[in-house]
Design a protein around this ligand. Structure first.
Ligand code: FAD
Length: 819
């Protein structure tokens, strides 16, 4: 059998190799118009950016090596110019000699690919280039090396455009992307691309969105690119506005093509002529998710189709089931991946879909280097069919999107995501993988355990009091930025404020990423409220609708979404001073701010503190923290998901503070100990401070919680461990022991009687006195959880609070005492 192949790269070379593996006797000839075969198109941008240093690494095979291994007659620089279906032959032009000849076939495989579109708005120039193959790559690389252009414009923000932007930036050029849509990388939805826009701008690329290039002109000193309302200058322009299938010879031979020029094939990759197969970027495919005909040019499908065409020629009935558009791109430090359809497509097709947004750590947050990723999953609520997924983050994005791609391909019901048993150890994932987490959220939605609303619903919510808009983050997070109209009741205090909420009104909840909102919605719905939780929380809302202007224009750091203080530029030299480094990576809010606050207290005025975190909430926290404390925010940089913020400890906190709740003369006691003597000392000092008119707060954590327990047993349902634990601990102030000389309780009794003798109030009286004097008694929510203590077991008048509440009090005090 004689088989001819047109095109010697992804689809063509794969088909040739497979044919030979299946048939040792076949006569195989592969024609390639260019000078290279089987080259790495996908690696070309990285050679331009010097990431790939060796040009030879781009060519996976040469005609000689291909012949040696597969005995395929590879004819480079030879173009197939026409097909004679009657004669079963092709006309070939040798591009070196100009000679033309014909070659007959039994079977013909077309894998001619797609060519970059060059709109006629652009002048013909050495400065205006496209990228498809090795000669294009060498042209761009050579231009950069010899002409030393200072700037480049990429027209079109698709995959290739964005990869070129990164690589030209890495090659030292000032880069601008002009994109006519309001977003780059169209397969992603707008709400998932906003973080990527910020990242790319933060890396120094100028993004011009929603602008069309109307013409490109050239003069001696460079190019002028005319946009709708402005013009920009550049030394080099790369046109990446799309590709067009190279299907002329197919069309001229009367093979069926679609309206985009895509060659029509069946599932066996057979064209409208049974002796001609076609594969790769030039063919129309079936969208695996929608079942509709489409063009999705990607290397994976091209390779698979080449193999399938070869199989069928050799009598193996392989079929191509469709393309689902699984794609991934590196955008500087970020990874952006997608599979299946996006929300735009679901909407366009009128599909009944719902979506989930989750935000999960790449691996266990306590193991160094954990960074968060955003996961969006689209599914059909009725059937549970997964329609698509998008994942954006810094680490572990590829495997999560691949798992979701596999789930789609395998027809896994969305509920099945909860059951996937994925590899876990702390450096790699969490016991609940981000894919499982997406599944849990969706399952809860499908089971009606909570209802959600989305970032695009927020602005239309009534602000007239007819509904309750509630933000359940900590006070500090709220102060640092919140959605207009939302009031703050921190999650841990929610139960105490239930009577302030009108049960007849719908409640719209938000938190930072959706998790605390879910907990709050469970609490409220148990008390009869009709509750909706903001999917993706304030983080997503702010990512999509927050400030996105170019940082040079508004002085905004796009990564941190914080104002880049003048100080950050002016005091560049200062920031080079010796600084105190704080590693808060892996800690979740409010962990990093607590760590920072403690370090600030230790630091001297003028010291620079540099804190590394992976908690995205920290970006919001730190600016507010500086505002509240009067310390100076010097800026924040992010790399690979780790943000490094610098602050300077202020010389004069009070005078620089712009916030009314700046440090005051309050007294803050953190009562960790549950010893009788230490409890007595704490309350004596607290009452003394209150008597002097100071605001006093006492934060009870771990063993200190026992002081606040009611003496009587409270009937409450607990799990076994919690029940055991709380039964073993002293129940209330009267059961506390002395830290020294307790002597089986004798010591404690003796102290009490001596105190009585000397007219010193008992601990119980001191506690009452403190309550009456307005001392705030706060029980640490985290310790309660750990120790299995419930609110019902605590004496009246105690509030529940988190570390952030304690920190807020610490900041408003001039003394914090840890007992
Ligand atoms: P091609 O690989 O383009 O091969 C077609 C070949 O046919 C060409 O070399 C052409 O010269 C030759 N030819 C055309 N007509 C004739 C003729 N008449 N006679 C003889 N020869 C002819 N995809 C991904 O999935 N991931 C990526 O990261 C990725 N990155 C990319 C980066 C760049 C810069 C480019 C250009 C593409 C990238 N792609 C990527 C797309 C991927 O390379 C294509 O989907 C894939 O190469 C298509 O394979 P193909 O065989 O259809 O066409």
């Amino acid at each position: 059998m004689k088989i001819l192949i047109v095109g010697g790269v992804a689809g063509g070379a794969t088909a040739a190799a497979r044919l030979r593996r299946l048939d040792e006797k076949a006569d195989i000839i592969m024609f390639e118009r260019g000078g290279y075969i089987s080259f790495a198109n996908c690696g070309l941008p990285y050679y331009i950016g010097n990431e790939i240093k060796d040009k030879d690494a781009l060519t996976l095979q040469t005609p000689e090596s291909f012949y040696a291994r597969f005995r395929v007659d590879v004819r480079i620089n030879q173009e197939v110019v026409s097909i004679d279906r009657e004669m079963k032959s092709v006309a070939v032009k040798n591009l070196r000699t100009g000679e033309e000849y014909s070659e007959g076939y039994d079977k013909l495989i077309l894998s001619p690919g797609a060519e970059p579109v060059m709109p006629d708005i652009a002048v013909k120039s050495d400065r205006v280039l496209t990228l498809r193959n090795i000669p294009d790559t060498l042209k761009i690389k050579n231009y950069i090396e010899t002409q030393k252009p200072g700037s480049a414009i990429i027209v079109g923000g698709g995959y290739i455009g964005v990869e070129m932007a990164e690589n030209l930036k890495n090659a030292g050029l000032k880069v601008t992307i002009v994109e006519m849509q309001d977003q780059i990388i169209a397969p992603l939805d707008y709400d998932m691309i906003c973080d990527v826009h910020r990242h790319i701008v933060q890396k120094g690329v100028t993004l011009i969105l929603s602008e069309t290039v109307t013409s490109v002109q050239e003069d001696d000193s460079g190019l002028t690119v005319i946009l709708g309302s402005s013009e920009i200058r550049a030394d080099l322009l790369i046109m990446t506005v799309g590709i067009r299938p190279e299907s002329e010879i197919a069309k001229n031979a009367g093979l069926k093509v679609n309206e985009h020029g895509g060659i029509v094939v069946d599932e066996y990759m057979t064209t409208s002529d049974e002796n001609i197969y076609a594969v790769g970027d030039a063919v129309e495919i079936v969208d695996f998710v929608t079942g509709q005909k489409n063009m999705i040019p990607l290397a994976g499908p091209a390779n698979k189709q080449g193999r399938i065409a070869a199989d069928n020629i050799c009598g193996i009935k392989s079929s191509f089931k469709g393309t689902q558009g699984s794609a991934i791109i590196k955008v500087f430090d970020m990874t952006v991946a997608t599979t299946g359809i996006n929300e735009k497509t679901a909407k366009k097709l009128g599909l009944a879909y719902d979506k989930s947004f989750t935000y999960s750590a790449s691996h266990a947050s306590y193991y160094p280097g954990a960074v968060n990723m955003s996961v969006k999953v689209l599914y059909e609520p009725e059937s549970g069919r997964i329609l698509g997924a998008q994942v954006v983050g810094f680490d572990g994005v590829d495997k999560r999107c691949d798992v979701l791609a596999t789930a789609i391909r395998a027809g896994l019901n969305v509920r099945g995501l909860t059951e996937l048993e994925l590899c876990y150890a702390p450096p790699y994932s969490s016991a609940k993988d981000p894919v499982n987490m997406a599944g849990f959220v969706i399952e809860n939605l499908l089971e009606g355990r909570f209802k959600q609303f989305h970032w695009h619903d927020v602005d239309s919510l009534p602000r007239d009091g007819s509904v309750i808009l509630l933000d359940v983050r900590t006070k500090m997070e709220y102060i640092n930025g919140h959605i207009d109209g939302f009031v703050n009741i921190p999650l841990d205090e929610l139960r105490e404020h239930l009577d302030e909420l009108d049960q007849k009104k719908k409640v719209y909840l938000t938190c930072q990423i959706g998790l605390r909102g879910y907990v709050a919605s469970r609490i409220l719905s148990k008390y009869g409220f009709d509750v909706f939780n903001l999917s993706g929380g304030y983080r997503l809302y702010h990512s999509v609708l927050g400030q996105t202007e170019h940082p040079e224009v508004i002085g905004m750091n796009p990564e941190t979404q914080l104002p880049e203080s003048k100080e950050s530029k002016e005091s560049k030299e200062e920031t080079d001073m010796q600084s105190i480094k704080i590693d808060a990576c892996g800690l979740q809010c409010p962990g990093p701010i607590v760590k920072l606050s403690a370090a600030v207290k230790e630091a001297k005025a003028g010291d620079i503190l540099e804190i590394s975190t992976t908690d995205p909430a920290f970006a919001c926290d730190i600016e507010g923290y500086c505002r509240r404390t009067g310390n100076i925010f010097l800026g924040m940089e992010s790399e690979k998901g780790v943000s490094i913020a610098k602050i300077k400890k202020s010389d004069d906190n009070d005078s620089q503070s712009t916030c009314s709740i700046a440090a005051g003369n309050g007294k803050n006691f953190i009562v960790f100990s549950g010893d009788l003597d230490k409890a007595i000392a704490s309350f004596i000092m607290a009452n003394a401070a209150a008597a002097l008119g100071r605001e006093v707060s006492m934060f009870f954590t771990f063993w200190g919680l026992n002081i606040l327990r009611k003496p009587e047993k409270v009937k409450i349902k607990k799990d076994f461990m919690s029940g055991m634990f709380s039964a073993m601990m002293p129940r209330g102030s009267k059961k506390l022991k002395l830290s020294k000389m307790n002597m089986g309780g004798m010591g404690a009794k003796m102290i009490r009687s001596i105190m009585k003798e000397k007219n010193v109030d008992s601990l119980e009286d001191l506690i009452d006195m403190a309550k009456q004097s307005g001392v705030e008694l706060i029980a640490c929510s985290m310790s309660m959880d750990v120790m299995g203590i419930k609110i019902e077991e605590l004496i009246d008048g105690v509030k529940i609070g988190g570390a952030a509440a304690m920190l807020a009090h610490a900041e408003e005090s001039d003394m914090s005492l840890f007992i």
